[in-house]
Ligand binder design. Structure first.
Ligand code: ZN
Length: 271
């Protein structure tokens, strides 16, 4: 079953780094804007560590460039409300209090009908992605679960088709691997082609510090296939409500142990 974009209402799209939203929800956000819906996109950090070459791209330079790239991509997608909180890239778990506050504020300000974010696996097990998943899930619960909360997920077919490439890129930041959902079991599964895919591709290409090497390595055609689908599952299916007690406890421990230092680098493929 796929929810039509006009049924999504006001969309709040919450992610960790600029490019997460374009990879995982760029097509859906653009379609919603075309239908006249409000879309508020939010990124916890500017993604200033997203490079394998920090000498050329020190954080101050990369953060600045990624904000411009994000502005260009949002312009292409028609998303005119993009907020970057500016927490330190790679260290979101050390800023749980600020993150929880931010997510709550977004729910209060936007009063979304639909919220798009990461699932518990953060797509890649990136700790920043998982932190955003927790903050948004907590805010959703605290707001009385009024919005439809949708978690991004790969499909089984996507993993079968591109899994080897993801391994080659060391995309997963742990030994765990996502299993994906069958497209027919997703709550929203959109396949983009033609002009819609052109638009998403142009938005992603605008984020050249993140996508330039990948597109050069696999070619435009394969890259377009790789980003053509956007798939989401309702939070309830992941047991978010039941699991939440444990997550909250973990967060409390995490906050207590927080060390506010930045890791040295972060893989560029932080999708
Ligand atoms: Zn990311």
């Amino acid at each position: 079953m796929t929810i039509r974009s006009t049924d999504l209402g006001t969309i709040l799209s919450v992610w960790a780094h600029p490019d997460d939203e374009t990879y995982l929800a760029g097509g859906i956000m653009a379609a919603a804007r075309d239908d006249g819906q409000r879309v508020v996109c939010a990124s916890a950090s500017a993604g200033e560590l997203g490079t394998s070459d920090p000498l050329t791209w020190p954080p101050s330079r990369l953060g600045r460039v990624r904000r411009w790239e994000a502005a260009a991509a949002m312009g292409v997608l028609g998303v005119d409300e993009h907020r970057i909180l500016g927490l330190p890239d790679g260290a979101l778990t050390a800023h749980s209090r600020a993150g929880h506050r931010w997510a709550e504020q977004l729910f209060d300000d936007v009063e979304p009908d639909t919220v798009l974010t990461f699932g518990a696996d953060g797509m890649t097990y990136h700790p920043d992605h998982i932190a955003v998943h927790r903050w948004v899930t907590a805010a959703w619960r605290n707001s009385g679960r009024r919005a439809r909360l949708l978690y991004a997920t790969p499909t089984v077919a996507d993993l079968a088709r591109f899994g080897d490439l993801y391994e080659e890129w060391n995309m997963y930041m742990t030994d765990d691997r996502p299993t994906g959902v069958a497209a027919e079991n997703a709550d929203t599964h959109r396949c983009f082609a033609g002009a819609e895919l052109d638009r998403k591709f142009v938005a992603l290409r605008a984020m050249a510090t993140q996508t330039g090497d990948v597109i050069a390595a696999i070619g435009e055609e394969v890259f377009r296939e790789m980003v053509a689908e956007e798939t989401f599952v309702a939070a309830e299916k992941f047991g978010a409500v039941e699991k939440f007690g444990a997550v909250e406890t973990f967060d409390a421990v995490e906050t207590f142990d927080a060390v506010e230092t930045l890791p040295e680098s972060q893989p560029a493929a932080n999708r």
